[in-house]
Design a protein around this ligand. Structure first.
Ligand SMILES: Cc1ncc(COP(=O)(O)O)c(C=O)c1O
Length: 424
């Protein structure tokens, strides 16, 4: 029995794959204050031209720039591993595979989009990037990418996570980036939330408002988003593309695909290339997106036009949302504390192609600990949501006597999240 796919460099894709041309319908476009679709010119105030192109393209295949592919080569293809020990302990007939995105220098799938975003900013001659981060994985990935392409970086980090994960700040600083706890007194948005509550725990929506405000006012840097947008989903398609080839090499094809969802990008990464195959005649797959019960965007939110940030500075997106002002409790899976969801992932849920579920923090931390003991890899609390769902699915396969092939995205490692497990 094979446990690992080889990591042949021929598995590293040369193109991103775009699910949009294969969908039976598209989500309605983002709209501005007058209710009409935002034009690329509006986006130009925030994003580099290459990112706008990736946001709107309807090409099925989009070339990966050579400079980005060279940067990917440092850590891709990422490993695909069969979790044989977990299968043994669960005594399940299911075969369980994970795609491990925690092996890169920043430790999560976020590098897959940080590198092209920094490349496009540098290509347009910009001097820096301003962004938000939740648990700090996105800030870490972007810090490294900015360092590689010679850009400054300013990060607004959700205050609850800033306090829980101080070493993230050290990591970002070491790569030359600066970090503010958000809400901060650096921006008008931040000051208004601090006025309401000087110890405000923050939210991704507020941190996005701060970053967008700085870019719109100071015009020195561009804005960069670690999830949600169509362009980010496009970049993450390399995860699923590699998985298709690696699963082929293992002689298997998944019946079930599972990933956690915050803004939806790691789910999009592993799922979209398989959804393309399914929509073009491939075998049916059961897709599950896992979120926290305290931030139940897909399971309890409404599909509506809503702002991407808390202060109404961004366009409105058609997405599942808990309301732009929603502030979730400070759980350890900081990357899953977002009020909205990628419009493309939202649309797939609406079409019935993706099944959302929600878990409590104690369940996912227990699953993360079990996985660490059994498989020897410490997952980020975000990724532990997927693991909890995998364990349930494998046990259900045992109960029903089904031969499932479960593939999940292990989106990042948890070395800087150890306090979460310690306090549980
Ligand atoms: C390790 C990890 N997994 C998942 C997520 C959730 O984001 P997304 O849904 O965009 O993949 C994050 C976000 O910070 C993360 O750091």
């Amino acid at each position: 029995m094979r446990r690992f796919s080889s990591r042949s460099s021929s598995f590293l894709p040369e193109e991103y794959t775009n699910l949009k041309p294969f969908l039976p319908s598209l989500p309605p476009p983002p709209i501005g204050p007058d209710g009409t679709p935002v034009s690329p010119d509006v986006l130009a105030a925030l994003f580099p031209s290459g990112m706008i192109q990736h946001e709107i393209t309807m090409d099925a295949r989009v070339p990966i720039p050579k400079e980005v592919r060279d940067a990917y080569k440092v850590y891709r293809p990422s490993p695909l591993v069969r979790a044989v020990e977990l299968e043994r302990v669960l005594n399940t007939p299911a075969h369980i595979y994970y795609k491990y995105e925690g092996t890169n220098p920043a430790g999560s799938h976020k590098s897959n989009t940080a590198l092209p975003q920094a490349f496009f900013a540098a290509k347009d001659g910009l001097t820096g990037i301003t962004t938000e981060t939740g648990a700090g994985q996105w800030g870490s990935a972007l810090a490294q990418a900015c360092n590689r392409f010679g850009l400054d970086l300013e990060v607004f980090m959700v205050r609850a996570s800033f306090l829980q994960k101080p070493l993230r700040q050290t990591f970002i600083n070491m790569h030359g980036g600066s970090v503010h706890p958000s809400p901060s007194d650096r921006t008008e948005s931040g000051r208004s939330f601090l006025k309401q509550d000087p110890n405000h725990p923050g939210s991704l929506g507020i941190a996005i408002s701060e970053a967008v405000e700085v870019v719109l006012k100071e015009k020195k840097s561009c804005y960069s988003l670690g999830s949600v947008s169509d362009a980010v989903c496009l970049h993450q398609s390399i995860i699923g593309q590699e998985s298709i080839k690696q699963m082929e090499e293992m002689g298997e094809y998944p019946t079930h695909i599972i990933a956690c969802v915050g803004g939806g990008s790691n789910f999009a990464g592993i799922a979209f290339p398989f959804i393309e195959k399914m929509l073009t005649g491939g075998a049916k797959i059961d897709f599950t997106a896992v979120e926290p019960t305290v931030c139940p965007t897909l399971t309890e939110g409404k599909l509506k036009y809503d702002f991407g940030d808390a202060s109404g500075l961004t366009p409105k997106y058609m997405m599942y949302s808990l309301g732009a002002g929603f502030v979730p409790p400070p759980i350890h899976a900081g990357g899953l504390r977002y009020h909205g969801m990628a419009p493309l992932v939202s649309h797939l849920v609406k079409l019935g192609l993706v099944n959302p579920i929600a878990f409590k923090q104690n369940k996912i931390l227990a699953a993360g600990k079990e996985f660490t003991r059994i498989e020897g890899i410490l997952p980020a609390p975000e990724s532990a949501h997927a693991i909890a769902a995998v364990i349930d699915s494998a046990l259900e396969a045992k109960e029903k006597g089904e031969n499932r092939v479960i593939l999940f995205n292990l989106s990042g490692h948890g070395f800087l999240d150890l306090a979460a497990y310690e306090n549980d």
